[in-house]
Design a protein around this ligand. Structure first.
Ligand SMILES: Cc1ncc(COP(=O)(O)O)c(C=O)c1O
Length: 459
C-alpha cells in the first residue's frame, strides 16, 4: 500500500490536493493548496519548485540560508560528521563538535557572553532564556522575580512560553489563555509613534516607559526584558540609537536580565555578527537561530554572560545546574553545520558584505520610493530591510488592509519568481549574506516591476 502511494506521489509531483490533505503547513491551507508552493531544489540564491519554476530567494528561506543554498563547505562538514558521530546521549553529556562550536561562539560573541546552550529552534532558545532568567534569580536569592516584559507586535516563537512573550494577536488569540507573568510594552515604531511624539524630541518614551512598568509592577517580581534588537513582525522595527542603551540601563538598575532575541538579526545579518554589536549594547543573553546553521540543520543557541553562567556551577547540594534541555540539543551534525557556517561567514567577511550590500539595498529601496511615491518608510540594517507602503506620504494614511498592497505586491512577486517577506502594509528583503550586487539588483528590479504592475492594475 505504502509503496503504491509512493509511486503515485512520484508521478503526481506531490502537488495534488489528495496528497496535500495529509500535511499541515504554516500558510492558510485552503488558500495555499490552490497554488501550492513546494520547493524541490536550490543553489546559491535560487530555488526551483517541483514544477521546475525558478525563484530568486530574497529572503534566504526565511532569514535562514545565510551562506547560500547548496553551500559545499557546509555539506561536506555535515557528510563528514554523519560518517563520524550523528548523535550523542544528551542526558549524559555532549560531543566534541558541540564543545567546539560553543567555544567558537564564546570567542566571537560580544563582551563576556561566553556560555552557550544549544537547542533546535528559535522558540526553544527563547524559552531557555526565560527559564535561565527565572532560575538565575532563584539561585541568587530573588525567587520572586519571574515576570517577563516584551513588546507588542513581536514574535518570539510558537511554544507557549515564547508565544506568551510574543505580541502578535493574530498568532496568539487562537491559543489563549497564555502563560501568566508576561507583560507587553509598545515597540519603538518611530514612523507611527504610539505616543504621538516625534524623534528625537520624544525623549525615547517607549524605552523610558519600561522603567515605569518595572517600578509599577515591583522590580522584585520582574525577571527579564526580552526584545528583538530590530523587530521583524511589526514591519522591521528599527529602534533609534538610544533605545537599546536605555533598556540596558533600566535593566541594570533593577537587576532585570536583558535578553536579545537575535533569532533573525544574529550571525551577521545586520552587518555585524550580532545586532548587539551593531547597536553597541551588551545584553545579558543573546538567542540566535535561523542563520546559525545556514538552514542546513535545526540549530539554535542561547548565549549568556559569564557571571550568569557561573551561578549555575554551584555545588550539587544547593545547585541543580541549568534545568533545561531537549533530546536534540547540541546535535553533532547540526553543530558541524554551525561550525562550517561560522567559518564561512568569518573567512569570507560576510558581515562586511552584509554592510555593503545593505547599503545597496537601501539605495535600491530609496529609488523605488522616489519612483512610485507609495513607500513611506524604509527601515532596517544590513541585509534585513523593509519598506512600508502608504497611500499618502504626508498623512501616512495606509492602503486598505484588504486586499493589502503589500500582499498584492508580494504575491505578484512570488508568482513572478521572487521570494520576499510580505504583509498587508510592508515588504522585507533578507537575502543570503553572500548575495552579490548583480543578484541584489535583479531582486530589486523584479520588485520594481511588480510594484508597477500592481499600481497599474489598481489605478
Ligand atoms: C525574532 C524571532 N524569534 C523567534 C522565532 C521563533 O523561531 P522558530 O520558528 O525557529 O521556533 C522567530 C521565527 O520566525 C523569530 O523571527
Amino acid at each position: 500500500m505504502a509503496a503504491t502511494m509512493l509511486k503515485l506521489l512520484e508521478a503526481a509531483q506531490t502537488t495534488e490536493e489528495q496528497y496535500l490533505r495529509h500535511i499541515f503547513v504554516r500558510d492558510q491551507m485552503a488558500e495555499w493548496s490552490k497554488s501550492p508552493l513546494i520547493m524541490a531544489k536550490a543553489e546559491g540564491v535560487h530555488y526551483w519548485d517541483v514544477n521546475g519554476k525558478h525563484y530568486l530567494d530574497a529572503l534566504s528561506g526565511i532569514y535562514t540560508v545565510s551562506v547560500g543554498h547548496n553551500n559545499r563547505r557546509v555539506i561536506e562538514a555535515i557528510k563528514h560528521q554523519l560518517d563520524t558521530l550523528h548523535f550523542s546521549p544528551p542526558m549524559h553529556g555532549t560531543n566534541p563538535v558541540a564543545v567546539q562550536l560553543a567555544n567558537m561562539i564564546a570567542e566571537v560573541a560580544p563582551g563576556d557572553l561566553n556560555t552557550v546552550k544549544f537547542e533546535c529552534s528559535g522558540s526553544e532558545v527563547n524559552e531557555a532564556a526565560i527559564k535561565l532568567a527565572r532560575q538565575y534569580h532563584r539561585l541568587t536569592g530573588n525567587p520572586g522575580k519571574y515576570k517577563v516584559i516584551s513588546r507588542y507586535s513581536s514574535w518570539h516563537g510558537s511554544t507557549l512560553g515564547a508565544l506568551s512573550a510574543s505580541g502578535l494577536k493574530s498568532r496568539k488569540t487562537v491559543n489563549e489563555p497564555m502563560a501568566p507573568g508576561f507583560l507587553h510594552v509598545f515597540p519603538p515604531t518611530c514612523y507611527r509613534c504610539p505616543f504621538g511624539k516625534t524623534y528625537p524630541t520624544c525623549e525615547i518614551t517607549c524605552a523610558t516607559l519600561v522603567n515605569d512598568v518595572i517600578e509599577m509592577e515591583d522590580p522584585a517580581t520582574v525577571a527579564a526584558v526580552m526584545v528583538e534588537p530590530i523587530g521583524h513582525t511589526g514591519g522591521i522595527i528599527d529602534p533609534p540609537p538610544e533605545y537599546l542603551r536605555i533598556l540596558r540601563d533600566v535593566c541594570t538598575r533593577h537587576n532585570v536580565m536583558l535578553i536579545f532575541d537575535e533569532i533573525i538579526t544574529g550571525m551577521g545579518r545586520t552587518g555585524h555578527l550580532f545586532a548587539a554589536e551593531t547597536f553597541d549594547v551588551l545584553p545579558d543573553v543573546i538567542c540566535t537561530a535561523k542563520g546559525l546553521s545556514g538552514g542546513f540543520t535545526p540549530l539554535s543557541a542561547m548565549i549568556c554572560r559569564k557571571p550568569i553562567a557561573d551561578v549555575f556551577w554551584g555545588p550539587v547540594a544547593t545547585n541543580p545546574g541549568f534545568v533545561e534541555g531537549h533530546t536534540f540539543e547540541g546535535n553533532p551534525v547540526s553543530c558541524a553545520a554551525g561550525i562550517a557556517v561560522l567559518r564561512e561567514i568569518l573567512e569570507n567577511d560576510l558581515c562586511g558584505n552584509a554592510r555593503r550590500q545593505g547599503a545597496r539595498l537601501r539605495a535600491g529601496f530609496e529609488k523605488l520610493a522616489a519612483k512610485y511615491g507609495i513607500i513611506g518608510d524604509i527601515r532596517g540594517k544590513g541585509l534585513l530591510q523593509g519598506i512600508e507602503f502608504v497611500k499618502d506620504l504626508k498623512t501616512k494614511e495606509r492602503f486598505p488592509a484588504t486586499p493589502g498592497i503589500g500582499l498584492q505586491i508580494g504575491r505578484r512577486a512570488l508568482a513572478g519568481g521572487l521570494l520576499c517577506r510580505f504583509d498587508p502594509h510592508w515588504i522585507a528583503f533578507g537575502p543570503a549574506l553572500n548575495v552579490t550586487s548583480e543578484q541584489l539588483d535583479e531582486m530589486l528590479s523584479m520588485l520594481d516591476r511588480c510594484i508597477g504592475e500592481v499600481l497599474n492594475e489598481t489605478a
